[in-house]
Design a protein around this ligand. Structure first.
Ligand code: AMP
Length: 618
């Protein structure tokens, strides 16, 4: 049977090489692009997400068009990041391994230029480069592009977002007028359109899926939670997906670092990737992620560009990106190479409008998901463990020597009892951790929607407050008791949040709660006299972000001068589903003052570039 890549026009040597890589059938973009690009005489625009097989879509025809007898640069591939540069060069080297004298060099910042110059001097046909380092080498007059026949601009939108427009102009000006330009981009903002117009002559245009649309294999979900409970929701979602291998996106470097540190402290297998890390640190983190010795990579948009790891199961938008289009890039980190994946947004009630905007842009609906309850997580974890035990590969030769002793240990137990005990080992830990776990979902009432509280809920929190003030009893008429709590606005509580927090822990109805007086580091709330004991009982051993939550009758609290707020303490109760028994304490998270210092620049090709200010905001 003829190999389908041969049918597309790819030569035997290359077909044999890609067969070894497991390429049996061309991906849709390869099927469409390869015959067009093989002609070699067209400019080309391909709208394709990362993970669709676009490297081979341009790489395979490129290899067919190169004269490997000559040692002069004939093709230049520009891409936004060092990671992508290495990936492309590596792919091309793999595709061309049966071609004699094929020389491909990767040119990128943060690595020795001397070595790269040496490789160029030794003769090269294909240069894969990030713009910064490429310009540096051109500036040194160390390369001659007069024989370049093809230029590929990969992830063109990202290159423009990173401010490489001028560098690209300069680089392209050193290549011959009659070269052909192939542009690939995940999205098609006006700036990319302009490039296509300025540099190309009637390009053939191919769109895989709708413009700006994400990969069809990605499911999009969102969870609506209170801002201060985002981190708890993240952990809950992760715990509910025991085999998760995911990227968690944050907006700022600081948030990235904090979330990663908190996850690590809580026993998760996570690490941070952001622009404040040295190249060496970033490489280390990426290597661990690629090797799958890390489960959760917490990253900024800039640092995550070019992350090119297969089998990512989930992308979690811990914060929605500033620019709408970044969402497509983020979600494109999953569902690569024909796999499926889930892109999750953890949002607060005010951000639901942004979800509607995203739905319009990517042309796909988002499913509203409920943060799983504690019991659901326990159940999921239990069966994941059981499944793993059932499927574990037994190393017979190694375990054999211990079997007699193990059997001896269990000799007084029935098979069922042994199984129960194995299962309980993990299950108990989860049960303990999730005992009394509160519901993290924002209620329709808190979202200000018509819902569980009937027509009153439609007016949302303000209406509720007014109503409580007017209609309900108050501490003054003797039917309510005013209580002090050492949590307040600085903990990102709204009155609605406080209401649910109190109701969830005290297990009382919202109707029993009167006026809520939210202060900075503490608050007062009124409850019906009959439920006061329940409130004290419910808050006996509650912690919030590592500090004990204290409830006092307001007179006591005020007379004791509690105005200064609750004693914040680092390292509280052992917390965290994945923590092992000797893990550290849970660190204060949301109470910290946040820097909104956004990661605006990053290192790529050794250059710090400002991001384009023309990006589409929400
Ligand atoms: P890319 O979009 O080029 O980054 O490719 C995504 C992943 O899909 C890479 O790991 C490729 O090795 C893989 N891939 C590309 N084309 C094929 C194919 N035809 N069959 C199987 N895997 C492929």
């Amino acid at each position: 049977m003829i190999n389908p890549f041969q049918l597309l026009g790819i030569s035997d040597d290359v077909v044999n090489a890609i067969k070894e890589l497991g390429f049996e059938q061309p991906t849709p973009i390869q099927e469409q692009a390869i015959p067009v690009l093989l002609q070699g005489n067209n400019d080309f625009v391909g709208l394709a997400q990362t993970g669709t097989g676009k490297t081979a879509a341009f790489g395979l025809p490129l290899l067919e068009l190169i004269d490997f007898k000559s040692n002069k640069p004939q093709a230049l591939i520009l891409c936004p990041t060092r990671e992508l540069c290495l990936q492309i060069a590596n792919d091309l080297k793999n595709f061309s391994k049966n071609l004699s004298n094929a020389n491909i060099v990767a040119v990128y910042g943060g690595a020795s230029i001397v070595q790269q110059l040496r490789e160029i001097r030794n003769g090269v046909q294909i240069v894969v480069a990030t713009p910064g380092r490429m310009l540096d080498i051109i500036g040194r007059k160390a390369i001659d592009f007069s024989n370049v026949k093809h230029v590929v601009l990969d992830e063109a939108d990202e290159m423009l977002n990173m401010g490489f427009q001028e560098d690209i102009n300069e680089i392209l000006s050193t290549t011959p007028e009659d070269k052909k330009t192939w542009l690939f981009s995940a999205t098609m903002p006006a700036e990319v359109r302009r490039i296509a117009k300025n540099y190309m002559d009637s390009p053939v245009e191919l769109t895989m899926g709708t413009k700006n649309s994400g990969n069809a294999n990605i499911e999009h979900e969102y969870y609506v939670v209170r801002a201060r409970e985002k981190y708890d929701a993240l952990k809950r979602i992760v715990d509910f997906n025991p085999d998760i291998f995911g990227v968690v996106f944050c907006k700022t470097k600081l948030d990235t670092q904090e979330v990663a540190e908190n996850l690590i402290k809580d026993g998760y297998n996570a690490d941070a990737l952001h622009g404040d890390l040295s190249q060496q640190q970033r490489d280390k983190v990426m290597k661990r992620f690629r090797d799958r010795s890390m489960q959760l990579l917490v990253a900024t948009d800039v640092a995550a560009r070019g992350i090119d790891v297969n089998n990512v199961t989930h992308v979690i938008n811990y914060a929605l990106p500033d620019e709408i289009e970044s969402y497509t890039h983020r979600s494109g980190r999953t569902a690569r190479a024909g796999k499926s994946g889930i892109s999750i947004c953890i949002i607060n009630a005010k951000e639901t409008g942004k979800i509607r905007q995203l739905e319009r842009i990517i042309g796909k609906p988002f499913t509203k998901a409920e943060v799983p309850g504690g019991f659901e997580v326990c159940e999921k974890q239990l069966f994941s463990l059981i499944h793993k035990v059932h499927n574990v590969e037994v190393n017979e030769s190694q375990i054999e020597q211990y079997i007699p002793r193990i059997m001896d240990e269990f000799k007084d137990l029935e098979k069922e009892e042994v199984i129960k005990r194995f299962a309980s080992l993990e299950f108990n830990r989860f049960l303990e951790y999730y005992r009394d776990a509160p519901d993290l979902n924002v209620t329709p009432y808190e979202r200000g929607e018509r819902g569980e509280r009937g027509e009153r809920s439609e007016r949302g929190e303000r209406g509720e407050r007014r109503e409580r003030g007017e209609r309900r009893g108050s501490a003054r008429d003797g039917s309510y008791t005013r209580l002090f709590i050492n949590l307040g606005a600085v903990d990102e509580f709204t009155r609605g949040d406080m209401l649910s927090f109190v109701c969830n822990h005290a297990k009382i109805s919202g109707k029993s709660v009167g006026k809520i007086d939210l202060k900075g580091v503490f608050s007062f709330f009124e409850v019906e006299n009959e439920v006061v004991d329940k409130v004290f009982g419910g808050f006996k051993s509650v912690e919030f972000n590592g500090r004990d939550v204290r409830i006092e009758r307001s007179g006591e609290a005020e007379s004791q001068g509690f105005g200064g707020g609750g004693g914040r303490r680092e390292g509280g109760r052992s917390f965290g589903a994945r923590r092992d028994s000797n893990g550290g304490g849970f660190r204060d998270f949301s109470g910290k003052s946040r820097s909104d210092r956004s990661e605006r620049s990053d290192r790529s090709g050794g250059f710090n570039k400002k991001e384009s200010s023309r990006r589409k905001k929400w």
